[in-house]
Design a protein around this ligand. Structure first.
Ligand SMILES: *Cc1c(COP(=O)(O)O)cnc(C)c1O
Length: 390
């Protein structure tokens, strides 16, 4: 069935949450996607930083199919070995013992779990960054700064205070002994790939410690290799009390996790939180397969390809490109004019999947398995795409 017919059927039956889909895809393999008309695309967005291992990764496919065949679901009255093993492996990334894990099905749910944990400190204030994105459920939305997302749904859970991202003195002024947690992203992906300024995470760690507050880092987009490390904030030499992750964890199979370290690891007690699907053996098997791949060369590849891509984009010296920012394989190409949405559409027509998180920013987040050879064609094509506008 062709694109136009499928879009018409979509339009007739789907809630209008996402606008008109730009394509209906039929198949993916590695870094490539094919639409229902058979056109091929190179995926430089990874389903929003999800498909770290690309599409139809054999390790994930085998793990998921095998686990579903053996044991698909048991509820959280019971446990499964893949879930325990995945929790052990994630806990080892935090640099803190003990670390305990609560599994969820998405990023926003990981943040809901963490938000509830902050309340169990006996404090109720949370200090969050302007430009933040933490999800769309009511709790996570209360922590998300974009008024367009928030305002139709107010009142949201209260005592959330926003400070400018990267402003150490504003953060210090906002945090006091009623503050349960400081929440931030290492790189604000949805805000247009804005990295925290040098030293800001360490400052946030100190400010949290001085006030007896928790430091909560949202690694939903940045974690699991996307920025070149298992947890991006560990590269800043700090540890966190709460860490949330999701996107890349299952390579497309839905799974998220909330990690709590040190005293925060002991906050949650039976009956205070729950989930039916979270930590399901199939999702856990997907997570273990992703970690297997990251540990056997994909993480190193992401670092090398990311460094190459920053260099290659910089060497374009295109007048429309003001800056290439980000970390690892999460990059924002900052444009002089607000043409990113149109450039992104043209790129799609030319067979490159990217997106425009801000009017003047293109986001490039290729699968972590991509090589410079895979991405060179995009770098070559970009100047003409930019010249087509502005
Ligand atoms: C995507 C994202 C979320 C929300 O994750 P969902 O799985 O869409 O609920 C939360 N935080 C950050 C930083 C994200 O990028």
């Amino acid at each position: 069935m062709n694109q136009a017919d499928l879009k018409a059927r979509y339009d007739a039956v789907m809630m209008n949450a996402f606008g008109v889909p730009k394509r209906v895809f039929a198949r993916g393999e590695g870094i490539h996607l094919w639409d229902t008309d058979g056109n091929r695309y190179t995926d430089l967005l990874s389903g929003l930083a999800v498909n770290a291992l690309g599409h139809a990764h054999p390790g994930v496919t085998t793990a998921v199919a095998g686990q579903l065949d053996q044991l698909g679901h048991v509820s959280n009255f019971f446990a499964s070995e893949p879930q325990i093993r995945l929790a052990e492996r994630l806990a080892a990334f935090t640099g803190v013992e003990p670390t305990r894990v609560f599994f969820t099905n998405s990023g926003t749910e990981a943040n809901e779990a963490a938000f509830k944990l902050t309340r169990l400190t006996g404090r109720t204030k949370v200090v969050v960054m302007e430009g933040s994105f933490h999800g769309r459920t009511m709790g996570a939305l209360a922590l998300t700064s974009n008024p367009k997302y928030r305002e139709p749904f107010e009142p949201l859970p209260g005592e959330v205070f926003f400070v400018p991202f990267g402003d150490e003195s504003a953060l210090r002024a906002a945090v006091d002994n009623r503050t349960a947690a400081i929440l931030l992203e290492t790189v604000q992906g949805e805000n247009g790939v804005v990295p925290a300024p040098e030293g800001f995470l360490a400052a946030a760690r100190r400010i949290a410690d001085d006030a007896g507050a928790l430091l909560w880092i949202d690694e939903v987009q940045t974690g699991l290799g996307r920025c070149g490390d298992y947890l991006a904030h560990r590269a800043d030499g700090i540890t966190a009390d709460l860490i949330t992750m999701a996107k890349a964890l299952g390579n497309g199979f839905p799974i998220g996790a909330c990690l709590a370290t040190g005293r925060a690891a002991e906050l949650l007690h039976p009956g205070q939180h729950g989930t039916t699907f979270g930590g399901n053996p199939v999702a856990a098997a997907a997570g273990n397969a992703v970690l297997d791949a990251l540990e056997s060369g994909v993480l190193e590849n992401a670092r090398a390809t990311g460094a190459w891509l920053v260099r290659a984009l910089g060497e374009l010296s295109h007048p429309q490109i003001l800056e290439v920012r980000g970390r690892g394989m999460l990059l924002g190409i900052v444009l002089r004019e607000e043409i990113a949405a149109r450039v992104s559409d043209d790129a799609l027509d030319a067979g490159w999947v990217i997106n425009a998180p801000r009017p003047s920013v293109l986001r490039v987040a290729p699968p972590l398995i991509a090589t410079p050879e895979d991405l060179a064609g995009f770098v070559d094509a970009l100047p003409a795409l930019l010249d087509g506008h502005g």
